[in-house]
Design a protein around this ligand. Sequence first.
Ligand code: ATP
Ligand code: MG
Length: 418
Amino acid sequence: MALITTAPRGTQDLLPEDSYKNQWLENTLKQAAADFGFSEIRFPTFEHTELFNRSVGDTTDIVQKEMYTFEDKGGRSITLRPEGTASAVRLLLENGLDKGLLPVKAYYLIPCFRYEKPQAGRMREFHQFGVEFFGSATPKADCEIIALADECIRRLGIKGISLYINSIGCPECRAEYRKALVEYFKKREDKLCKLCRERLNTNPLRVLDCKDPDCDGDVDGAPVITDYLCDDCAAHFGQVKALLTESGVNFTVNPRIVRGLDYYNGIVFEFVSSDIGAQGTVCGGGRYDGLAAQMGGSPICGLGFGMGLERLLLLLEKQGLMPESAGRARVFIGSMGEKAEKEAFRLALALRRKGVAAEYDSVGRSVKAQMKYADKIGAEYTVVLGDSELEAGSCRVKRMSDGETKDVALGALADFFA
Ligand code: ATP
Ligand code: MG
């Protein structure tokens, strides 16, 4: 029986009294994206499994261990999306947006699913604000994406977040770097965790990103990618750094940032907070120029980021930045007696039709209890209707903050608030 009264591990309910927080967060992010010229896209919650295998990468933790994959009744392999970029690129190619007006600038707010060990800031169903920018290879595009993430964090008011940027180069310079890394880690192979020993053959950059505390690869002494960048990649990285500096976006170059997905190349970045424990990365992103072609489409370049909403919410609560709830109703219309009850319903409806949030007593409480309720739901004004008010055709409106009252004709009440 417990199964039907307990949500699956790593998932979270959103309660009526808290949903305004998520809405405020989401609206702030959407508005920032809109101000940067990005439009919303939506795509399905599940995709063909192959999409993620081919884009996120066969050797990544996500594909190897974390995907919710199942066979549907038609025998197809389906996966609940672990991230948004793969779907965004599919949407772009399938709808021919890559052949239309460029650049394409899109954002999305989506639930994502990863079978991970649940802990603070790490869920099995979590939510991402994702942004993608297609069709520009210039350093300006990298800076625009990074500046948008920076602007989101500024608007939320979150303090103490560091932006780390790096370039992981193009396939050519990365090949040289891979060799150097493998050579370095081979010397201390016995100290690496089992997974990292495998990574040496499949994806050695990922050893830099290992989160196993017993894995002792002496990552600090490992060669850094920035020493291996080709002239083009180094010049691109240099221009990004210069433009960010000129634009007042603070950053630190961190050559250890490699990101956990296969599709990245060139600029990668993370926004990290030291305020919410081990899961401090609130945003990660970068360039993925080869991805569309790798998926069988045109060689259109792209870049973007994903921001974890749960981690942002933790930070907003921790730093006391969450705004107060606006309250459920501006006006509460109380009543005493059967006639007045009906009038309260009718009046509440008239107010609502004018766009004024109004409530009335729908459960049959005493007037005293109705006023307590009005206070709890944060009503700004209250009115109490009884026989005498109905006879006089007017009521006394009370402002809850200071008790000030005003007599208003019943017929004029809706206009009084509208
Ligand atoms: P991490 O290193 O924390 O595992 P990641 O590199 O796997 O993160 P991305 O795939 O880049 O994360 O996802 C973008 C953002 O989504 C992360 O920076 C983080 O804020 C958030 N995120 C990722 N996985 C989870 C999760 N399981 N629960 C909550 N938020 C998550
Ligand atoms: Mg992860």
